[in-house]
Design a protein around this ligand. Structure first.
Ligand SMILES: [Zn+2]
Length: 41
Protein backbone atom coordinates (compact mmCIF):
# COMPACT_ATOMS: atom_id res chain seq x y z
CA UNK A 1 0.00 0.00 0.00
CA UNK A 2 1.18 3.50 -0.79
CA UNK A 3 0.75 6.59 1.30
CA UNK A 4 0.79 10.25 0.29
CA UNK A 5 2.09 12.51 3.04
CA UNK A 6 2.15 16.30 3.19
CA UNK A 7 5.75 17.44 3.02
CA UNK A 8 4.90 20.62 4.92
CA UNK A 9 2.95 19.46 7.96
CA UNK A 10 3.35 15.68 7.72
CA UNK A 11 -0.35 14.93 7.57
CA UNK A 12 -1.48 11.83 5.72
CA UNK A 13 -3.28 13.00 2.60
CA UNK A 14 -4.33 9.73 0.98
CA UNK A 15 -3.67 6.05 0.54
CA UNK A 16 -3.43 4.21 -2.77
CA UNK A 17 -3.05 0.67 -3.98
CA UNK A 18 0.53 -0.45 -4.59
CA UNK A 19 2.39 -3.74 -4.66
CA UNK A 20 5.02 -2.44 -2.29
CA UNK A 21 5.09 0.06 0.56
CA UNK A 22 5.59 3.47 -0.98
CA UNK A 23 5.56 6.96 0.47
CA UNK A 24 4.98 9.95 -1.75
CA UNK A 25 5.12 13.57 -0.68
CA UNK A 26 2.72 16.28 -1.69
CA UNK A 27 0.73 19.05 -0.15
CA UNK A 28 -2.47 18.71 1.78
CA UNK A 29 -5.36 21.07 1.08
CA UNK A 30 -4.57 23.28 4.05
CA UNK A 31 -0.92 23.89 3.19
CA UNK A 32 -1.60 24.20 -0.53
CA UNK A 33 -4.37 26.73 -0.05
CA UNK A 34 -2.29 28.68 2.47
CA UNK A 35 0.48 29.29 -0.04
CA UNK A 36 -1.86 30.12 -2.90
CA UNK A 37 -3.70 32.65 -0.84
CA UNK A 38 -1.06 35.36 -0.94
CA UNK A 39 -3.25 38.41 -0.67
CA UNK A 40 -6.82 39.16 0.24
CA UNK A 41 -8.47 37.82 3.31
ZN1 LIG B 1 -0.06 20.08 5.10
Amino acid sequence: MGTIVCQTCGATIAHFEDEKVTTLYGKCCGCDCDEAEEEGE
